[in-house]
Ligand binder design. Structure first.
Ligand code: NAP
Length: 380
């Protein structure tokens, strides 16, 4: 297998390094903005050099972002090359287009590292679907936010201090919005739900509430309820439809997710026959992520031609289906919140069971007058 590598950053350099030890694969050409000595002799300036190289059968895209990644990967697929990517932004935005191009031109398309980093999550969803019906899936899909919440719980630390520590350790980006506000999880949830239920959900249709506003006092409050706070992506499929949302969630000690430490991820699905299957591992990082990219390359060598899902029926998630209580902390007066409050505690309220759709609407409204408000779901 001769590979054209698009991007030689954190993941690209890891892929290049792992493949050095694999005799049946070779990174023939590398495209990136900066060049270093490790690939200077293989560097190419232009995607067309890779696309028009008949020796290159496979393109690995690890540049990130939607454009120019989509333009480059489309060109590669149209030239009949196989495509492996770790780029969740690309796959969430162009899921249907990439599957269609792969089917039309015959190149394989795999993206296991785009949801779960090192975790063999999408490949197992794909296997599970052959036999089982996926009823729901959920989990910790972002290590940075789990690191922050775990530290806040264990040390009683403030959000800003732990975020700075995560940035120093390289777990969090200089601009942490994609992690702490939830878009990173939303994309992984989007891809997972698309694969699990053979649907095509638009990213913006997934209501998302992150942990930017969580305080040490919130952590103390939820501990007083005997619960642990985690930021989860959740989706499911019922006779009434598909639902999907991202929100801080309060879990009892009996739930294994409450105990996932540091920057680890745990993602699980519930199958009609298999029951609950959980996958834990490193959801990011150079070698863990590069590992799963190379696993995809081996799957292609072994003859896997298709993506995890061949159908993609456009579906708008119906978040009136999931109903549960919420913890809400706000200083704002809200008639809508008063109408759903079941219990007033000191500094926070517990709501009656309400739909995810309703509560995300209520908190959006509250944030206009109290930008520091916080909420977390309490699953039944
Ligand atoms: N980092 C993780 O732990 C992780 C985990 C799972 C998935 N992913 C995904 O993997 C992908 C890569 O992430 P990363 O952390 O490796 O990013 P990164 O360190 O920023 O590397 C991106 C690479 O792409 C190159 N690049 C960017 N735009 C380009 C362009 N227009 N033309 C040519 N080269 C271009 C960059 O070149 P320069 O270096 O010269 O700028 C760099 O080599 C992303 O989609 C990310 O979501 C990452």
């Amino acid at each position: 297998m001769k590979i054209g590598l698009l991007g030689h950053g954190t993941i690209g350099a890891g892929v290049d390094r792992i493949i050095e030890e694999i005799s049946c694969m070779e990174v023939k050409s590398v495209m990136s903005l900066e060049v270093d000595d490790s690939f200077r002799d293989r560097h190419v300036e232009d995607i067309d050099t890779i696309v028009n190289d008949p020796e290159i059968d496979t393109v690995v895209e690890v540049m990130g972002g939607v454009e120019p990644a989509f333009t480059f990967t489309s060109k590669a697929l149209k030239a009949g090359k196989n495509l492996v990517t770790a780029n969740k932004a690309l796959v969430a935005a162009h899921y249907k287009d990439l599957i269609a191009l792969s089917e039309e031109y015959g190149g394989a398309f795999r993206a296991t590292a785009s949801a779960g980093g090192s975790i063999p999550w999408l490949v197992n969803l794909e296997r599970a679907k052959r036999v089982d019906q996926i009823l729901n899936l959920s989990g910790i899909m972002n290590g940075t936010t789990n690191f922050i919440l775990s530290k806040m719980k264990d040390e009683g630390a403030d959000f800003d201090d732990v975020l700075k520590e995560a940035q120093c350790l390289g777990f969090a980006e200089a601009n942490p919005a994609a992690d702490i506000d939830g878009p990173d999880i939303r994309r992984k949830l989007n891809i997972s739900a698309n694969v699990a239920y053979d649907v095509l959900i638009a990213e913006d249709d997934i209501p998302t509430f992150g942990i930017r506003n969580v305080t040490a006092k919130d952590i103390e409050n939820v501990s007083s309820l005997g619960l642990t706070l985690k930021l989860l992506g959740v989706s499911g499929k019922t006779d009434a439809g598909v639902y999907a949302y991202v929100e801080p969630t309060l879990l009892p000690g009996s739930d294994v997710i409450a105990h996932i430490p540091a920057n680890y991820n745990l993602i699980r699905y519930e199958g009609k026959y298999a029951g609950v299957q959980s996958y834990m591992g490193e959801g990011a990082g150079r070698y863990p992520t590069a590992y799963n990219v190379v696993e995809d390359l081996f799957d292609i060598l072994a003859g896997t031609k298709h993506f995890y899902s061949t159908e993609a029926r456009e579906t708008v998630p119906d978040n009136s289906i999931p109903v549960h209580r919420y913890y809400v902390r706000t200083g704002a007066e809200s008639a809508a919140l008063s109408g759903i409050t079941e219990e007033q505690r000191e500094g926070f309220v517990l709501t009656k069971p309400v739909s995810v759709q309703e509560m995300h609407g209520v908190i959006k409204d509250i944030l206009t007058s109290d930008p520091a408000a916080f909420m977390a779901g309490i699953p039944e």
